[in-house]
Design a protein around this ligand. Structure first.
Ligand SMILES: NC(=O)C1=CN([C@@H]2O[C@H](COP(=O)(O)OP(=O)(O)OC[C@H]3O[C@@H](n4cnc5c(N)ncnc54)[C@H](O)[C@@H]3O)[C@@H](O)[C@H]2O)C=CC1
Ligand SMILES: O=C(O)[C@@H]1CCC=N1
Length: 259
């Protein structure tokens, strides 16, 4: 399979680096500056450099606000039986077909841990997509982590709010937790190790467990002990729930604005 990747920034570049570790496809990257194109990968700065070449898949990985200008010039290079894949937040498949004409479109919503094969991918295909298009997208997504297909495109925007943006929430929670450890007197390196290893251990344990997260939390919490004291400060009569609910709702609302 020949794939034209338009945009090779933080997310497109992370996925590409993962895909390059296998023989999943041959890649050509279209990028005006080419700064972050991995060594050895074919790179073009404009559609003219592609000549008459056709690709089985065109994968658009620019910011949603750039799609209107970045995508149309490359569409003549999509093979007649090929499909367009977009990883952009919000920007709907209907808006894509309004821009490029009726064609198979898949929205793939990844997240940044795709870089290490631990990403989460939401996938939606419009009605024009074939089984072969879906299988090709599944293979790409699975090479970077898990793949969840949805039949209602709105679910992609909800996945964006939970998982696509989610690694940003996790990094910020970890940053704040590290700062709190530093405030208790640990140097930055020790605080980072204590926090990230605690988070990674707890999350991996939860992944391997069939217990509810509430049960696992209770297993740590002695009556009138240290964890109870800490959790009472953290949970603050439901304020943590409210904060995280507001977080995902705000991201979903922004995805809707970007449709
Ligand atoms: N960063 C993340 O964690 C995630 C990002 N996304 C989506 O991925 C897309 C890209 O986001 P990032 O990688 O974070 O942004 P980025 O700014 O790091 O990458 C975008 C790249 O597109 C390039 N570009 C701009 N105009 C172009 C053109 N005309 N032709 C070719 N390349 C062009 C830029 O030079 C840049 O390297 C966005 O639509 C975003 O919604 C989706 C999920 C997660
Ligand atoms: O912040 C954004 O809009 C993109 C989409 C999901 C993660 N980053």
């Amino acid at each position: 399979m020949q794939i034209l990747l338009i945009g090779c920034g933080k997310m497109g570049g992370a996925m590409l680096r993962r895909w390059l570790q296998s023989d999943i496809a041959r890649f050509t990257v279209a990028s005006p500056n080419g700064g972050s194109v991995p060594p050895g990968v074919e790179h073009v700065r404009s559609p003219a450099e592609l000549g008459e070449r056709l690709f089985d898949m065109v994968l658009i990985a620019v910011k949603p606000q750039m799609i209107d200008t970045a995508l149309p010039p490359y569409m003549p290079h999509l093979a007649p039986d090929g499909c367009l894949v977009s990883i952009a937040a919000g920007y709907s498949s209907a808006r894509i077909t309004a821009l490029i004409g009726e064609s198979p479109v898949i929205r793939l919503m990844p997240n940044l841990p795709a870089m290490i094969g631990q990403g989460v991918n939401g996938l939606f295909a419009n009605a024009t997509c074939t089984t072969a298009h879906r299988e090709a997208a599944t293979a790409l997504a699975s090479a970077t982590g898990s793949a969840i297909w949805v039949e209602d495109e709105d679910q992609i925007d909800r996945i964006t709010a939970v998982a696509g943006s989610g690694s940003g929430y996790v990094f910020e929670i970890a940053r704040s937790y590290v700062a709190a450890a530093e405030a208790l007197g640990f140097d930055t390196a020790t605080a980072r190790t204590l926090v990230l290893d605690t988070m990674a251990g707890a999350i991996e344990m939860a992944r391997q467990s069939d217990q509810s997260l509430e049960t696992l939390r209770k297993d740590v919490t002695s009556k009138n002990g240290t964890t109870q004291a800490g959790l009472e400060a953290l949970m603050q009569d439901g304020q943590l729930d409210t904060l995280l609910e507001n977080t995902t709702k705000a991201a979903y609302a922004r995805a809707i604005e970007l449709r």
